[in-house]
Design a protein around this ligand. Structure first.
Ligand code: MN
Length: 326
């Protein structure tokens, strides 16, 4: 998906500090319209001022369930990315993906579609005409310096759903509770979908080097002393080796568990680009506007416009900021 803000701010992202007596920081979503008169909204929990990264996860948009008849569904024309990977994860609906690597794929619920932008890629995303309900998340992973100029790539993987006592789990990146994804990542990462039955508890061994995020899709999820509501993202700092998730409600609770080692590099995000400084962002934007082959060509997209123009850059230039933690 494209960052659809008309005047996107340039965000300097770095590891932050947790809040809350029990160590759980609740990141609440903000609503971002996807554009157009009937547009669907997405609910963004990353990045935000308080926190911009969880491991290398640097962007989280939740959407739906949306009635596609009312919203018109998703139609994102070809747009560029650099320095990141995108994860499209659906709960309902189906999206047609086309990219400048030549991949033409159907994104379906419960299936990982991991696109690596590396040096540069372009892609389009359109919900299929047969879809009545669209419901999912769009996640981005920042690439470390050693990999951010890598070649374009696209991976598809369907994790087996695993039934445990009290919950159902799909591990799409990294490993959790004896399940492991074969899809390689450039930094240590975890991505899993868990559905807790009413009253269900998941007691999970986790990597103590990882920080974690719990993005709640449906129901209410308790972690430590904190209750997370629909679309909240609960953050936990690194250090714990056990994570207990508890569904206190009377209907199933579905969530995404994201994790990773704190990302050591400072990044700059603007629109659909991840770079390291303002000058790079200017260069990426110019390359897209000039139709540079850095991003390649998306074939077969038959939408309203052939490509998304880049928004104007903010007037205020990013001031260098000291990298501090603690
Ligand atoms: Mn995109």
């Amino acid at each position: 998906m494209s960052n659809v803000e008309s005047v996107p701010a340039e965000v300097r992202c770095r590891a932050g500090t947790p809040a809350g007596e029990d160590g759980v920081e609740v990141l609440t979503p903000r609503r971002v319209p996807l554009g157009g008169p009937r547009a669907m909204n997405v609910h963004r929990t990353l990045p935000q001022r308080r926190r911009s990264l969880i491991g290398a996860w640097c962007f989280a948009d939740h959407y739906g369930p949306d009635d596609v008849v009312r919203t018109g569904g998703m139609d994102v024309p070809p747009h560029p990315h650099t320095g990141l990977q995108t994860v499209s994860w659906l709960f309902a609906g189906e999206i047609e993906h086309r990219d400048s690597l030549g991949v033409h794929a159907r994104v379906r619920p419960g299936e990982l579609n991991l696109m690596t932008a590396g040096h540069g890629i372009a892609h389009s995303e359109v919900s299929l005409p047969s879809v009545t309900t669209l419901h999912g998340v769009q996640l981005w992973v920042a690439l470390p310096d050693a990999a951010r100029d890598a070649a374009r790539d696209f991976r598809h993987y369907v994790p087996d759903p695993v039934q445990a006592d009290g919950y159902l789990m799909r591990v799409f990146l990294g490993s959790l509770a004896g399940q492991a994804s074969p899809v390689a990542t450039f930094t240590p990462l975890l991505g899993a979908e868990l559905t807790l039955r009413p009253g269900g508890r998941a007691e999970l061994e986790v990597d103590p080097r990882f920080e974690h995020g719990i993005l709640v899709d449906t129901g209410t999820v308790c972690v430590r002393d904190t209750e997370l509501a629909h679309r909240d993202l609960g953050y936990l700092a690194a250090g714990a080796s056990t994570l207990v998730l508890h569904n206190t409600g009377d209907r199933p609770a579905r969530l995404l568990l994201l994790g990773g080692e704190p990302f050591a590099e400072e990044i700059v995000m603007w629109w659909n680009f991840v770079g390291r400084d303002h000058e790079e962002i200017v260069e990426f934007r110019q390359a897209w506007e000039e139709g540079s082959d850095r991003f390649g060509e998306v074939r077969g997209y038959a939408g309203r416009t052939s490509r998304l123009p880049a928004p104007v850059l903010p007037n205020a230039r990013l001031q260098p900021r000291r990298h501090s933690r603690g």
